[in-house]
Design a protein around this ligand. Sequence first.
Ligand SMILES: C[S@@+](CC[C@H](N)C(=O)[O-])C[C@H]1O[C@@H](n2cnc3c(N)ncnc32)[C@H](O)[C@@H]1O
Length: 261
Amino acid sequence: MNETQKDILKYWYAWIYEQDEDETLMAQYLLDQLGPKPLRILEAACGGGKLCLPLAKAGHQITGIDQDKYMLDHLHRKAAEHSNIQAIQMDMLSRPWGSGYDAVILGANLMVNIVTERDSKCAQKNLLERAYDALKTGGRLFIDYDCPLEVSKWHPAINEWVCFEGTDDHGTHGRYVVIPGAASDRTRVISGSRRWEIIPLEGEPFTYTEKRHQYFPALEQTCAWLYRIGFTVESIGGGYQGEPFDNQHRRAVIWARKTIL
Ligand SMILES: C[S@@+](CC[C@H](N)C(=O)[O-])C[C@H]1O[C@@H](n2cnc3c(N)ncnc32)[C@H](O)[C@@H]1O
C-alpha cells in the first residue's frame, strides 16, 4: 500500500467507524458512574471521542490520547466548542500520559485492540502500569473488554464477515472484512486477519490485509496485574446495565482504585 492509498484507507475507516459504531450505552454508563462533580479524566485511545465527548459536555476536564490522526480529526471537529477537552496524537505505549488524573478510561474494548509491534500481553500490562502512573492516589481506573470463557466459542464464525461497509464523504467505497483464524483456549489467543477492500472515487481499487493476534486476558489475569501494580479492584460487572459477570455476560466491566503510592 502506497502513502496515497494509506491516506484514503485510513480516512475511510475513521469515517465509517464514526458513522457505524455506537458507544452511547457505555458513555451513559460512564456518566452515571463518574457522577456530576467535575473531574480530570484521561481517555487512552479516545478515537473520535464517542466516550470522552459526552464526559466533556457534562463538565469534566478531558485529555484524550490516540495515535490515529484521522480518528482525532472527528474529535476535533465535534469538540470545537468545548475548551475543556484536549486531544493529543501519540502512541500511548511510547510517551508519558501526564499525572494527577482523577480517572483513567480504557474503554471500548481497548485491552484487546491495542495497535503495537509488542507482544500483546506486555502491551496490556504496560497499559495498566501507565494508567497507574497517570492517576492520583485514590483515582479510579475503568476497563472494559470482551472476556470470553473459551475464546474458541467466542467467534464461532467459520467464514469471513463484513464488519463495516459504506461510502465516505470523499466518495470512497469500502468494506472492512474480518477473516477468522485459529482460536486457542489454552493460550487465549485468537489469530486471524482483517481485509480492507477500497474503491476510491478516482484511481484503482485496492485491498490491504493485516494479520492479527489478539490475546484475551482472563479476568483473573487482569485482576492479578492490577493488584501487582498497586490497584484495588472495587467492582466487576458483566455489562453496562448492572449485569453480573457470569457465563452469559462476558463484557468485563472493571473499576479499580489506585491505592498504593
Ligand atoms: C475502538 S477505536 C476508538 C473508539 C473511540 N471510543 C471512538 O469514539 O472512536 C480504538 C482506538 O484505539 C487507538 N489505538 C490503538 N492502539 C493505540 C496505540 N498504541 N496508541 C494510541 N492509540 C491507539 C486507535 O487509533 C483507535 O482510534
